[in-house]
Design a protein around this ligand. Structure first.
Ligand code: GCU
Length: 456
């Protein structure tokens, strides 16, 4: 009976991608999230009372998360260039053959989860193609639907929503930046997201990309996997588990979203408007986490723009500053990760993690990756800009192995400084929780690698 409710509920929420949930729906999501969370604790053999609570994101709370550099703990980062057996990695072959697979396995087993073996195929359908404009720039806009074969478990259906925009005037395939984000959908109309509202009259990221002669694409994460624990019995995770709870090693939403981005790239490979050798991934916050996970696991992504990804993204998890593992392992975020990750908020601590975020950046090597943050005064300290800088800085040794340039410094730079001379880049802009103010810096940096910095 419980199972049935779980299933009916999951099917119901998966079809409400855009509508604001009512109070009753929010209550149901909270209730079924709690049920799923408790069953995962049961699988892990953890009592609720054994969980350490995370600090508060409210700086005025008595248990506020640390935001003072002098109170940061000392910690030891795992060495990305030492094999588990203690041998040093001195060349790229050993990195590819031995060390990188070890790191991948640790991230999969302990943090983001393994993909299940039985993920069904996806069929992309073009829903509409139209000539339109973004700002003053003519674009060809395609709406696509990625229908996942659900014949093995018909109660759950998954249709991924994707938008692709390329310059109408393009004479050849163009580079494309794929964003985890929001679109209005012709088959599922929702709140209108303005396409051309830039901060203080500046061109939007879309306009900036099209003006370069590049394209942009948006994939809607919630159309792949719901952003809550209650939704784990639906979406691509619920389809592959046939509505059953996950095993502790199986994927969470971040890997599911990243998987969806890979399927979008499969589609791009079939579309003559897209230069699949030049695909970038971009996202903010939880989607910034998804963006770095996607880049780490998908070699076809050639550049990254990782926005304010914080804990669970490009921030050193061992660093006691801002959001902590204990927060991520609680009911509001545990579904982003595999169940095993919860153990680091009870039986273990962040210091026990076999890997940390610098090694997530390292998994992207030698491909160029740009780590973006906002200003602590505007964005707050929750995302820990310095913790993200340090992940980039400590990934440098792996990029150097490839003869690439790292951040060029181990010193956290003043706000606004663009560290863009290498394949690992970092900039903390003066705005809030957005990638917006870093787009022009990102594009100028990306031009070095994509080589098309001209207008048509
Ligand atoms: C919360 C959460 C962060 C996350 C953010 C977001 O603040 O704690 O980890 O990145 O939401 O996605 O907006």
């Amino acid at each position: 009976m419980k199972k049935l409710f779980y299933l009916l509920f999951a099917v119901a929420i998966s079809s409400t991608t855009y509508a604001q949930p009512s109070q009753a729906e929010r209550d149901s999501i909270a209730k079924y999230t709690q049920l799923d969370y408790l069953q995962m604790l049961g699988q892990l053999g953890i009592q609720e009372s054994e969980l350490r609570p995370g600090p508060s994101g409210n700086p005025d709370a008595p248990n506020a998360a640390n935001r003072f550099e002098e109170k940061v703990n000392t910690y030891i980062l795992p060495n990305p260039l030492v094999l588990r057996n203690g041998e040093k990695v001195t060349g790229t072959e050993k990195w590819w053959q031995q060390r990188r697979p070890e790191i991948v396995e640790d991230f999969q087993r302990e943090i983001y989860g393994h993909l299940p073996a039985n993920i069904p195929s996806v069929k992309w359908e073009v829903v509409s193609v139209k000539d339109t404009v973004v700002g003053n720039f003519p674009i060809k806009e395609k709406r696509l639907r990625g229908v996942v074969d659900n014949s093995a478990y018909p109660p759950v259906s998954v249709e991924m929503e994707l938008l692709l925009a390329t310059p109408t005037e393009a004479r050849a395939a163009v580079p494309v930046v794929l964003e985890f984000g929001f679109i209005t959908s012709p088959w599922n109309p929702g709140p209108v997201v303005p396409l051309t509202l830039g901060a203080s009259g500046e061109p939007t990221w879309k306009e900036q990309l099209i003006a370069r002669g590049w394209g942009y694409a948006i994939i809607v994460p919630s159309s792949i996997q719901a952003d809550n624990g209650a939704g784990l019995s639906s979406g691509i995770i619920g389809l592959t588990s046939m509505g059953q709870p996950r095993k502790p090693e199986e994927w969470g939403a971040l890997r599911a979203w990243a998987w969806g981005a890979s399927r979008a790239i499969d589609y791009f490979e079939t579309d003559k408007d897209v230069d699949v050798k030049r695909i970038a991934i971009e996202g903010l916050s939880r989607y910034g986490k998804a963006a770095i996970v996607a880049m780490a696991f998908e070699p076809r992504i050639s550049l990254g723009f990782i926005g304010s990804s914080g804990a669970g993204g490009a921030k050193i998890l061992r660093r006691v500053f801002g959001e902590q593992v204990e927060n991520l392992a609680s009911t509001y975020a545990y579904h982003w990760f595999c169940g095993n990750f919860i153990r680091y908020a009870s039986q273990k601590t962040a210091d026990d993690l076999p890997v940390d975020a610098h090694e997530l950046v390292a998994l992207c090597a030698p491909r160029p990756i740009f780590i973006s943050a906002g200003s602590p005064q505007v964005e707050g300290q929750w995302i820990d800009a310095k913790g993200m800088f340090l992940a980039g800085a400590n990934a440098g040794v792996v990029y150097q192995l490839f003869g690439k340039n790292d951040l060029g410094t181990m010193e956290f730079p003043p706000l606004g400084t663009a560290l863009v001379s290498g394949e690992i880049a970092f900039r903390q802009h003066a705005g809030g929780h957005s990638t917006g103010p870093n787009w022009s810096t990102w594009i100028a940096w990306a031009c070095k690698y994509w080589g098309t910095c001209k207008y048509y």
